[in-house]
Design a protein around this ligand. Structure first.
Ligand SMILES: C[S@@+](CC[C@H](N)C(=O)[O-])C[C@H]1O[C@@H](n2cnc3c(N)ncnc32)[C@H](O)[C@@H]1O
Length: 243
């Protein structure tokens, strides 16, 4: 069973949001925060670049993906990132491979508009809803990247995403879960949530945490198998292929 994940952003956000699920409106607020935070997209190009340079985990993930992109001769594919948010991973992909074609998508359109301004090397950025969208539009000559999105959806929603990708003809996927859920992590998650409540801090419901086994079952719904995986801190980067 996936475990519910809560996060305390700050007093202002958490009090106003009143414990509700992190959704499109809340993500939009976080991305457009006037204060620079790890969740916001800076308005100035220099501040944005500084925030990308500080994102060392995204840099490491991009280095691993770069090695695999080269090993698979995917240099001429469209690398399309789903739920790209701040675009930091994609910024590092472009830094490491200026010739690579990289597109960012997210259901928050204003994030994608802001990204185009501060990240001009990006090949495209546009609105795409992973639950509602038509994947056949993204399937041609592409590799779809799902980076740190596993928390966003419940199991039924993930089944929908993988079934839709199968129907749409998506062949290759790079999938990095937020973390691999273990019993210790589940216990820690519960204790942090209780501690927040005891301290009167209203944390926000941010989705679900999955074990590796649960994720592999979800991948299989679309007929996707793990061709290779690489370790990245508390998680793995999975290279999935449609059978
Ligand atoms: C945890 S962030 C991950 C951002 C980025 N991939 C990263 O690694 O930093 C989740 C992102 O998914 C986006 N998102 C959530 N639900 C979505 C949906 N149904 N369709 C498209 N994007 C969605 C949010 O707007 C947010 O930018």
């Amino acid at each position: 069973m996936p475990v519910k994940h809560y996060f305390y952003f700050n007093q202002n956000h958490s009090d106003r949001w009143n414990g509700g699920k992190l959704d499109k409106e809340k993500w939009e607020e976080l991305r457009n925060d006037s204060e620079d935070t790890v969740f916001s997209i800076s308005e100035s190009m220099s501040d944005y670049e500084k925030s990308c340079l500080e994102a060392t985990e995204h840099q490491e993930a991009a280095a691993i993906m770069t090695e695999e992109i080269k090993a698979n001769n995917w240099q001429n594919r469209r690398i399309i990132s789903m739920g790209a948010g701040t675009g930091k991973l994609e910024w590092h992909l472009k830094q490491q491979n200026p010739q690579l074609h990289v597109e960012c998508t997210d259901y928050v359109r204003s994030s994608m508009d802001r990204l185009k301004k501060v990240f001009p090397a990006l090949d495209d950025a546009y609105e795409f809803d992973m639950i509602e969208g038509d994947y056949s539009a993204l399937a041609t000559d592409s590799v779809l990247v799902f980076h740190r999105l596993s928390n966003e959806f419940d199991p039924d929603q993930w089944r929908t995403v993988f079934s839709k990708m199968k129907e749409g003809g998506v062949k290759d996927i790079i999938y990095t879960p937020c973390e691999a859920l273990t019993p210790i992590l589940a216990l820690r998650e519960m204790l942090v949530h209780i501690k927040n409540r005891l301290l009167g801090r209203r944390d926000t419901f941010c989705g679900w945490m999955y074990s590796e086994k649960e994720l592999l079952n979800i991948f299989a719904i679309g007929g996707y198998v793990v061709r290779k995986s690489r370790n990245l801190h508390r998680t793995k980067i999975y290279f999935l292929q449609r059978q």
